[in-house]
Design a protein around this ligand. Sequence first.
Ligand code: PMP
Length: 420
Amino acid sequence: MKSEKLFNESQNFLPGGVSSPVRAFQPYPFFAKKGEGSRLWDVDGNEYLDYCLGYGPLILGHSPEKIINAVYSQMQKGTTYGVPTKKEIDLARMVVDKVPCADMVRFVNSGTEATMSAIRLARGFTGKNKIVKFEGSYHGAHDYVLVKSGSGAACLPDSPGVPEDTTKNTLSAPFNNEEYVSELIASNGSDIAAIIMEPVMANIGCIEPRKGYLKFLREITAENDILLIFDEVITGFRLSEGGAQEYYGINPDLVTMGKIIGGGFPMGAFAGSREIMEFISPCGSVYQAGTFNGNPISITAGLNTLKELDSTFYRDLNSKGKYLRDGIQGILEDNNLDFSLVGLGSMFQIYFNSKRVYDYQDAKNSDIEKFRVYFNNLLSNGVFIPPSQFECCFLSQAHQKEDLDETLEKIEFALKTVAD
Ligand code: PMP
């Protein structure tokens, strides 16, 4: 097997054989050769229907012709300039038109940079230090948010190398729990700069906010001069043109974006009202900078991707999501399997858990071993989903009804194997 050989070789040069940890699934990850539409091929010639989709960016599927042609034509004119381009204005205007809370945008290179910068901006704008995040949410790999909840609400570093001094200003709360947040604000409110959240928690599977929860957070933050930051690195341009904030009808103060906005190339962004965004350098004094910020390749890919995303696009994409989820639900019922199907729009996951999942603790009660069997069975039958119970699966425009029917057959087989 070429993938196995490459994995053995890569471990000599790349820690763990990979460039990002989740990719090192056992016994070895397949090495990609090519992606086209809804499918991926590996170096051994195996073909996979892809529901990982690069962990979310590829909403049009792999290598869409329009994007590739636009990027190719941009590449012939240069790949980075160190001065602004008109395309940055075009993409920023498009984001402002689509995303309800956005008046102004700063382009960065990843979701991690977007949340790190948005948190700094919130602290600079409010003059306060603490932030609140939710247990099980992921906001990238930087020090402010790489935490696990400690005793009480204060957080401990989740990794060696993160000083406790950094995380002592990060508080955590269980998701979907109003009382906990009210108490946290009552005892720390005067020093909380921001609550940062994934409106749909997509890094612990897929957990939707309970009805009224986002409204509650919007109100309590506004009453206490705390900024509400929606981390829409996954949900942005995924759930609707305006992301989760449009989907649920709740506007945050700041939004962070990544994945889809770069059209398959590295990019992140954060946005908010003019009043807040003008605190960013060089307009204001909160520092933020980057050599590749707004680079013309990612901007071109993002611009041409976002142009495709209108209400008809989401109607079609989300109806495919519903078709797949309805199919899976039918399989679960027909086979008397009490696993929990979750998801919305073009997102889905199955928790190997008979109870409904509302927060991190519920999600953690899922049966990881069952998930592993399910994942491996799908993979060996040509369906690639993210290799963790705590990731979310995605659909793209390129997935056709025949792809979904084929997937449902394979999911049924995998679920029956798990149950045996
Ligand atoms: N926020 C969320 C909600 C994410 O899902 C991710 C990545 N999966 C990030 C931030 C970090 O983005 P990146 O990997 O581009 O740094």
